[in-house]
Design a protein around this ligand. Structure first.
Ligand SMILES: [Mg+2]
Length: 316
């Protein structure tokens, strides 16, 4: 029995609302991984602010009702989680957005379940592409972007093609296929491709620069003919500004987002060991205590802002 929540994607950007959604997503990530007993907390938590801004900051155009029951919403923007092992961050967003029931969290990583260890488009509503074999998401994004242009498909504004947002891990940029896709996107001027690099400087075997130096990722994309932005990947207004910036270069766009692996849980932050280990019940309780306090504080700030607005800025 499905109990997906009714949710209308916000048209406008409210940073406090996005902060609350990101924190709720972090709580859901920690809990679902603890229940599963395996999975990837570090890279799910590092990407939470980026994914929350895409889904809840008025950036992506989507509509679960028409996508799942109506005409399929061909105008929708697409999101591809190239770093598919961070699936819990996508599942947390899809539940808050009304694509899936949060009761599904308890079946994470069960054989045949909706929420596979890596996103499965044949099983999970709202997942556009099955991912997890690293290094392939950018190629898929580029093909999808060009296909929609060739088809003449317009986005929700009726004037520009749908945007294809692809979230890449930094470690997976060591795979050569990314750079062929980067060349292709620039050659065909696919400016509806937006690649976001979760630059947390860590991968399963340690620091990315020790495993295989990536160096200046923005400079590399620029050399391949891309427009770039470099931001703090936990600064929600900065993420929003980069994602909604008016661009006229005609080039594909890469946002290099500096992040902290495990962000939001003090004992997981910047620790490579939390790449692929689920928390035990005790660690889960400690993590959730921190995150729930953060959520309460964010909601208090949101209530105060709302009260001030209702009072017409009543400080005078
Ligand atoms: Mg990484």
């Amino acid at each position: 029995m499905s109990h997906t929540r009714k949710f209308t994607p916000p048209a406008n950007f409210d940073p406090q609302f996005v902060t609350c959604q990101a924190t709720q997503m972090r709580i859901d990530i920690v809990k679902m991984l603890t229940h599963a007993g395996s999975g990837h907390p570090g890279g799910s938590l590092s990407a939470a602010d980026i994914v929350a801004t895409l889904y809840f900051g008025g950036v992506m155009n989507y509509d679960p009702q028409s996508e799942l029951q109506g005409d399929g919403a061909p105008w929708r923007d697409r999101f591809i989680l190239s770093k598919g092992h961070a699936a819990p961050v996508q599942y947390a967003a899809l539940a808050l957005a009304g694509y899936i029931d949060s009761a599904e969290f308890e079946s994470l990583r069960n054989l045949g379940a909706m929420l596979q260890g890596h996103p499965d488009a044949s099983k999970c509503p709202g997942v556009e592409v099955s991912t997890g074999s690293l290094g392939q998401g950018l190629s898929i994004a580029v093909g999808l972007a060009q296909g929609l242009i060739l088809k003449g498909q317009m986005g929700r504004d009726g004037q520009t093609p749908p945007q294809i947002y692809v979230l890449l891990g930094d470690g997976e940029l060591q795979e050569g296929q990314n750079w062929e896709a980067a060349l292709y996107a620039a050659h065909y001027r696919l400016d509806n491709v937006v690649a976001i690099v979760d630059r947390n400087m860590l991968q399963i075997d340690g620091n990315t620069e020790d495993v295989m130096t990536l160096g200046d990722v923005a400079a590399k994309f620029e050399a391949f003919g891309w427009e770039t932005a470099s931001i703090d990947g936990h600064d929600i207004p900065a993420i929003h500004e980069a994602l909604t910036r008016k661009r006229t270069s005609g080039k594909p766009y890469a946002i290099i987002a500096d992040t902290v692996k495990g962000k939001g849980v003090s004992f997981m932050e910047d620790v490579a060991g939390w790449h692929g280990v689920a928390p035990c019940a005790e660690k889960c309780a400690a993590a959730c205590a921190e995150l729930e306090q953060l959520l309460k504080d964010s909601k208090d700030v949101m209530d105060i802002s709302a009260a001030v607005m209702e009072g017409g800025g009543a400080h005078g």
